[in-house]
Design a protein around this ligand. Structure first.
Ligand code: SF4
Length: 684
């Protein structure tokens, strides 16, 4: 019996495709013949220099999610008006017929562009995200473009360097990195593998400075912690630049040789009113000067790691750019253990373009029409769209200005088809729901954005016959609408994966075959060592103005009323924004809470546990007051888009603005102001 069991087990490489810094690579042990629980274990690779043999606590039992009793196993059709998860199961054939007929009808009555596809990175596998574009490209449909996450910062950095990826994150543990500045990045919860690198550097006597509007756990490890108000980081940067300039601590020869427009930094940053800015940013002078002294003392030995939260602002790209000027002024690029870590995905473009062309079979530019994903709500409101496909995305939880998004999704003349593994906030508006496969059940490649490279998902069997990968669904739909002979839809997922592998350089292909992954950098590799960047003349482009933005918004924030708060919306340690509710239900309550500093709770004459009304120009809802030591007075925290399909109305994105970040059109989630009102009970 034991021998039989052993023989039936299969080992496959897998990669976690959650939209996460980790992209953890693992070995899956499968029992292909088991009736249901086919994935027996997923063991994170010890030899992967970033995965380092462990998963995060969000997903260290991924089988519980894959075989969860609430997983969707059959297609569903709506039985009650939109706004509720009320469905009946139907046969796959019937579901495909309904979707195909509707699609043909919309195309005939309106046009192909009235069919809109909205997708994001809920499954960040390349084939999962992009292969449906084969279908939408051939159809001439409209698709969403851009993202809701880090695009503002990427755009800001690209203005300086011609790319947003300039540093190898393994440089955190380079012996030359004596000062690590973690700016707005909650590594200890959202990037625990990088946190481990920082811990190692600290054991080797590096110094850590944490700058964050929240006192996150990594702040406890820091030698210096600065807690500016959200949205004021560029002013903090300006003060630091001012001190570096007045103390002649900048690297003049670096600036002259490699930086165009550096005089604009000097001329702008010299005009500061230190006292005024200190009160605006909420940082004390001594702490700031301790930080500046370290920057000066450890010039050419300092590395920055910037998180995505700081750029979830109307001017996020410019904020990231302003922070980066500190590293430029100090000449902290091109040397071991220096630079700026943000997103490294731009390094992947060297091998990615041919893969994406092959997966989509079209260049994305040749699609007829694109709309920014952040504007999905207003696009649907326009009346231009009559059919909406949604995959890898939960817009009724994740997009800002939820009232607008949900109203737009409620329109009865927009037929909505959604693929997902579970019912969620968005399926409440779907007409048809198609059960989706998990990443481990689909052939795919993953291109990580923190440690650049590529890794694989070798699909294991899915026990539920109607569950499909995104590609499988659109392939079936293509056949239904008469494209069964089209060469575009003859491949299987596995053949697409093989085609991609064939397009890769031999070294990458072999690494993936043997180890399951390829990493672009050796640990000691220093990118841009020659300081020649992909700008038109190879030099860093630091032309100003650098700080002429956001004055009106700052005034509004500074002059807010006593019951008004700056809202921050981080993800919870056990969730990836609107995902993973099924395996962490014990944290449901946290999404009904608003967290304030105890001083603010007292000032509002409230007590922990009181119910309050929270509102702003976008929406209104009730929350329970909770105390938090991580936020400073004036700041309120509600965790980001709920992972639970609530019947109530608790979702922080009721209050977040749909006005996008100006450079990258990503979400300005941390730009909202909210008012908190005490609810007076009628019984009193
Ligand atoms: S969510 Fe992120 S850290 Fe957790 S297992 Fe997946 S990739 Fe790794």
């Amino acid at each position: 019996m034991d021998v039989e069991k052993k023989i039936s087990k299969k080992i496959r490489f897998g990669t976690c495709t959650k939209d996460c810094y980790g992209s953890c690579v693992f070995l899956g042990e499968w029992s292909d013949n088991a009736p249901e629980y086919k994935l027996i274990s997923a063991v994170p690779l010890k030899n992967h220099p970033f995965t380092q043999g462990f998963f995060c606590q969000k997903l260290n039992r991924r089988q519980d999610l894959i075989y969860h009793p609430k997983r969707l196993k059959k297609p569903l059709i709506r039985t009650e008006p939109k706004g509720k998860n009320s469905f009946n199961s139907i046969h796959l054939k019937e579901a495909l017929n309904i979707v195909a007929e509707k699609l043909k009808d919309v195309k005939k009555k309106y046009s192909s562009t009235a069919i809109l596809a909205a997708y994001f990175a809920g499954n960040s596998g390349l084939i999962s995200m992009y292969s449906p574009l084969r279908f939408f490209g051939k159809l001439g449909a409209t698709v969403t473009s851009g993202g809701i996450c880090n695009e503002g910062g990427c755009a800001g950095l690209s203005k300086l360097f011609g790319t947003y990826s300039t540093t190898n994150p393994f440089q955190l543990i380079n012996k030359n990195a004596r000062l690590i500045v973690v700016w707005g990045s909650n590594l200890s919860e959202t990037n625990i593998h990088a946190y481990l690198l920082v811990k190692k550097a600290l054991r080797d006597n590096a110094i850590l400075v944490v700058v964050d509007s929240r006192r996150t756990r990594i702040a406890e490890d820091a030698h210096i912690f600065l807690q500016p108000y959200p949205g004021t980081e560029h002013l903090l940067s300006k003060l630091i630049l001012y001190q570096l300039i007045t103390q002649y601590a900048y690297d003049e020869s670096f600036l002259k040789e490699y930086v165009d427009g550096y005089n604009s930094i000097i001329s702008e940053a010299i005009q500061v009113d230190e006292k005024k800015i200190l009160s605006q940013i909420g940082v004390d002078s001594q702490t700031l000067h301790d930080f500046i002294n370290l920057l000066i003392e450890l010039k050419h030995h300092t590395i920055f790691n910037i998180g995505y939260g700081v750029q979830k602002d109307f001017y996020g790209g410019r904020i990231v750019k302003a922070i980066t000027l500190i590293q430029i002024l100090l000449g902290n690029f091109g040397k071991p253990g220096t630079g700026l870590i943000y997103s490294q995905s731009d390094f992947n473009k060297a091998f990615l373009r041919p893969l994406l062309d092959y997966i989509t079979k079209i260049t994305p530019e040749s699609l007829i029409k694109k709309i920014p994903i952040i504007k999905l709500g207003s696009a649907l409101d326009s009346g231009d769209y009559k059919m909406l496909f949604i995959y890898n995305f939960n817009p009724a939880s994740s997009l800002p200005n939820q009232n607008q998004v949900r109203k737009a999704l409620s329109q009865n003349d927009i037929f909505i088809v959604m693929q997902d593994q579970f019912l969620n906030e968005t399926t409440k508006y779907a007409d048809i729901v198609i059960p989706a496969k998990f990443d481990v059940e689909s052939h795919d490649l993953v291109s990580p954005y923190y440690i650049p490279g590529l890794s694989i998902n070798q699909a294991g069997p899915c026990p539920y016959p109607d569950c499909m990968s995104n590609y499988e669904f659109f392939q079936k739909l293509a056949y239904k609408i008469g494209w069964e002979n089209s060469p575009t839809f003859q491949d299987t997922d596995e053949l697409i994966l093989q085609g991609c592998l064939n397009l890769l350089p031999i070294k990458i292909r072999e690494d993936i075959r043997i180890k399951g992954y390829h990493i672009l950098f050796e640990k000691n590799y220093v990118p841009f060592k020659n300081l020649y960047f992909p700008t038109p003349n190879g030099r860093i482009q630091a032309h100003g103005p650098h700080f002429e933005f956001g004055k009106q918004e700052l005034e509004r924030r500074l002059n807010r009323n006593k019951n008004e708060f700056l809202l921050i919306t981080p993800s919870h340690v056990y969730f990836l924004h609107s995902q993973l509710g099924q395996i962490h239900p014990r944290y449901l309550e946290v999404f009904h809470k608003i967290f304030l500093n105890q001083d603010d709770i007292n000032a509002l004459d409230l007590k922990v546990g009181n119910e309050v009304k929270v509102s702003n120009e976008y929406g209104s809802s009730k929350y329970i007051i909770s105390e938090s030591k991580v936020v400073k007075p004036g700041v309120a925290l509600i965790f980001s888009g709920t992972p639970f399909p609530f019947s109530g109305n608790s979702n922080v994105n009721l209050f977040t603005p749909d006005r996008p970040e100006e450079l990258g059109l990503s979400g300005a989630y941390n730009s909202a102001l909210i008012k908190i009102y005490k609810i007076i009970s009628n019984n009193k």
